[in-house]
Ligand binder design. Sequence first.
Ligand code: ADE
Ligand code: ZN
Length: 347
Amino acid sequence: MIKGMIILLSEQPTLEFIKNMPKAELHLHLEGTLEPDLKLKLAKRNHIDIGQNTIEEVKAAYEFDSLTSFLNVYYPAMNVLQKEEDFYELAMAYLAKAKEHHVVYAELFFDPQAHTSRGISFETVINGYYRAIENSHTLGIHSSLIMCFLRDMSAESAAETFEQALPYQDKILGIGLDSDERGNPPEKFAEVFKKAEDAGFNITMHCDIDQEQSIENIRQALMDIGVDRLDHGTNIVEDQKLVDYVKEKGIGLTCCPVSNSFVVDDMKGKEIIELLDQGVKVTIHSDDPAYFQSYVSDDLFALSQKYELTSSQVIQLVKNAFDIAWTTDDNKKLYLDSVDKYVENFQ
Ligand code: ADE
Ligand code: ZN
């Protein structure tokens, strides 16, 4: 048994090994899980003309080679989400997919401003999503919500959204920041993030790949805002002082290699592995799986194939995610033990 395990750990993992391993998803936008079939179904139900009638036509519109061009396809599609039931169905459809990939723990981003800005109430969005969160245990998944501000909207709009969220504080685990980073640095949102932290929310921010001011934005997020995690953030390898800082504080970086390969034509695997080798808590996730056609196991597998990772490295990436999850130490231990048990028993 031990001999078998040693051979297995030093070899490249199979997709089956990765897919069946218990995993945590910490970087996933619920709106990015809108698969073409559900998009068409909701468009029909809500009498919305999206300009496409077949799955092939929807997929043909998925042409992006940068964060901006991706977001230009991403936001208009959300128009099919109109009623509480639509948000519920979207989240439940994702959770069913997550179960297939043996995700047992999920912290899920949602973007209320992408909906309130087109006349959908905050209440409709959160009630729909939260009903799915409550139901996720029926699929063997513990899940929760992270509310993100859209950084290309104003700081005032973020502050208003924060006020709208306060009555639902028990339904929201953390606060994040996403959308187009160009010209929208962390410091723009310092005030609202201070309020979020004071109110007891966990906080995180996207620091997307190869931005104009990547290092300065990472510095602001870490030092000025005091985030608990960074989403993406792999440009940090360019600054050893910042790498040492996240290492010392145990701050995790939630990376999404397949998403990276769409928006910058590079998985950033070299950087991810360098950080892993330095002992930084990097983790692997799927970002917007319906658009990048890659759920969490696919991201781990794609990275492991392209960069010839060993099973041992993949296990470390999976364990890091449980380690940096916003849950109790007792829960983390249970999840980490379940990974060990899975590896021990894998034939
Ligand atoms: N919203 C959805 N996906 C995103 C990404 N990769 N970066 C920033 N905002 C996003
Ligand atoms: Zn993201």
